[in-house]
Design a protein around this ligand. Structure first.
Ligand code: GTP
Ligand code: MG
Length: 198
């Protein structure tokens, strides 16, 4: 069975958001970490969320509606120096307003690159989510780029920096689709949806 999903809206300000009648799961993380790729991989639609080799592609908040039951929300990434200054300055207030003010938000899926030590900005976002008690699920992207054997030390190091148990970090690959089932589980639990056969 394929998932019915449609793009609803791109929005920068709360008054432009779609109505918050359905529960939402948002995807956050640095620019280029693979947010848009992960959304496409989850729903099995290659060109849905825009992917680019040029970081900073997703510059406003993109809302997608799934099965008319819940929304997936692609947040713009942070930490890419070549994004124009004006856009960089807008990022903080835009994402903060969404994360702190959106009452239909149920879960943030926080993406980190499996091969990179979390940055100061990653830790700032985590502190923010902790402070506002936003339910968060951590995903380590681009798992296909690291051999199975090389993976454990990297996961442990990221877990240490985040001060989380390593078992809480879900390795994911948009290429091999590893981690997809586990992630769907987390999404569906958060939105209390029936388990579809995705
Ligand atoms: P912004 O929109 O700039 O915030 O980036 P993003 O987080 O949406 O990243 P995006 O999905 O556009 O992916 C960035 C780059 O990483 C693209 O070249 C993707 O093809 C690549 N990429 C994403 N996920 C994976 C993955 O799991 N494995 C591999 N090998 N490459 C990936
Ligand atoms: Mg993107």
């Amino acid at each position: 069975m394929s998932v019915s999903i449609r793009f609803l809206k791109a929005a920068a300000h709360p008054e432009q958001y779609p109505p918050g009648r359905l529960p939402e799961v948002a995807f956050a993380g640095r620019s280029n970490v693979g947010k848009s790729s992960l959304i496409n991989s989850l729903v099995g639609r290659k060109g849905l969320a825009r992917i680019s080799r040029t970081p900073g592609k997703t510059q406003v908040i993109h809302f997608y509606e799934v099965e008319e039951k819940f929304l997936l929300v692609d947040l713009p990434g942070y930490g890419y120096a070549r994004v124009p200054e004006g856009i960089r300055r807008r990022w903080g207030p835009m994402v903060e307003k969404y994360l702190t003010g959106r009452t239909s938000l149920r879960l943030v899926i926080f993406l980190l690159d499996l091969r990179r030590t979390p940055s100061a900005l990653d830790l700032q976002l985590k502190a923010w989510l902790d402070l506002h008690a936003v339910q968060t699920c951590f995903v380590l992207t681009k798992a296909d780029k690291v051999s199975r054997g090389g993976r454990q030390p990297l996961i442990r190091q990221i877990a240490d920096v985040l001060e989380l148990p390593a078992a809480d970090l879900i390795p994911f690959s948009a290429v091999s689709r590893e981690g997809r089932r586990e992630l769907w589980g987390a999404v569906l639990r958060a939105v209390s949806a029936q388990a579809y056969n995705y």
